[in-house]
Design a protein around this ligand. Sequence first.
Ligand SMILES: *Cc1c(COP(=O)(O)O)cnc(C)c1O
Length: 460
Amino acid sequence: MPLHKITRAGEPGAADVYATESADQRVPKYRLPEHTSSAQAIYNLVHDEMLLDGNSRQNLATFCTTWVEPEAHRLMDESIDKNMIDKDEYPQTAEIENRCVHMIADLWHAPGARKTVGCSTTGSSEACMLGGLALKWQWRKRRIAAGKSYDKPNFVCGPVQVCWAKFARYFDVEIREVPLRGDALGLRPEDMRHYCDENTIGVVATLGVTFTGIYEPVAALALALDEIQSDSGINIPIHVDAASGGFIAPFIQQDLEWDFRIERVKSISASGHKYGLAPLGVGWVIWRDSAELPEELIFNVDYLGGNMPTFALNFSRPGGQIIAQYYDFLRLGRDGYTRIQQACADTAQWLGAEIAKLGPLELVYDGKGALPAVCYKLKDGKDHGFTLYDLSERMRMRGWLIASYPLPAKRSTTIIQRILIRHGVSRDLAQLLLNDLGRALEHLKVNPVAHSSASPTFHH
Ligand SMILES: *Cc1c(COP(=O)(O)O)cnc(C)c1O
């Protein structure tokens, strides 16, 4: 039968895609349409709707990968049908996940990187949950062994990403988020110690605080916990949430000790899809050694003829991101990652210096020593005639997505903007951004915004 006979009446195969019935009429949005339509017409329709989204490459608020090599696109396409949980059916995908775990363990200086345990996740959020659960189980075992109560677990942290608030609520652990004192942007040892007690399952240190991009001082926090242990006997482990920093520090801040070189660091999580450069949908969590991951959390599932140990919140999950992560590791090597991250850091520092010259803006983080990012606020003590929220809106007219938001607890009267420089944000693109920033500030100076300082809304 000729092909045009099996297409719907009124939709001959040769018609222009914008002249078919489905392009001509509005498709139902909240119920299934009655009939089948041509793939091409519907593809165009969906594709066109996506035009209304922001352009991810200009989204300077995201930490996540927005540019991948064509070869990674191809591998993603080739593995669209691979379920990473079917380890028996896709043993090479499982093996590749395993290799990535050990490469990352080695990158983070795990003492027995070849033997330790870890797994891939959907992102840092799941990785943090798994890290937190292991801490909770280990703490409970210690409490039971000591004949003590185990009904009031807590963890201590600085300004954490929202996944830790979720962990606290979903898994019934009190979150003790130490408020920022003075000019602090992260957890400080002297502030932390008052929040720790015998029910503390762990301290979460963040390498690359979401709000500003700074690193919390993991080594100094560990030292303070050593002192607590020698004073009171309470032994509190550290989990490092290195969502972004986990793939920055090993390359461009090699001398910084934040990882398993510190004995007290028992687990580390990171997002492969942030500075790990993999496409969206992969994170990693690694334990210092297998003894830190309680056996009880590992499920040995008999499935389709195989026995597989798993520790995950999901069951089915796409395997492509893991394969693309492996591609990145092999393709770039230490050398490639170092060059990319250094180029980002250089651009961030250059942009910071240029932003400071624009006049009304004052740097909060200048891009030096932590993530390739800059953070700034409006200079204090002056009515500028506009807020950073107005500036965000103005920048959006040129497609730039730059978030404005308040600093966390106790410093929430300070509104900041944060720009992340990541793979694909070249110096040239940053220059274009800077030009637009200068023009936007000039415009706002000449055209002050009425009531702009009245009540900035939170839209992080
Ligand atoms: C992004 C981020 C997370 C959450 O990571 P996802 O990969 O988006 O789930 C957790 N912690 C920190 C510090 C982050 O920056």
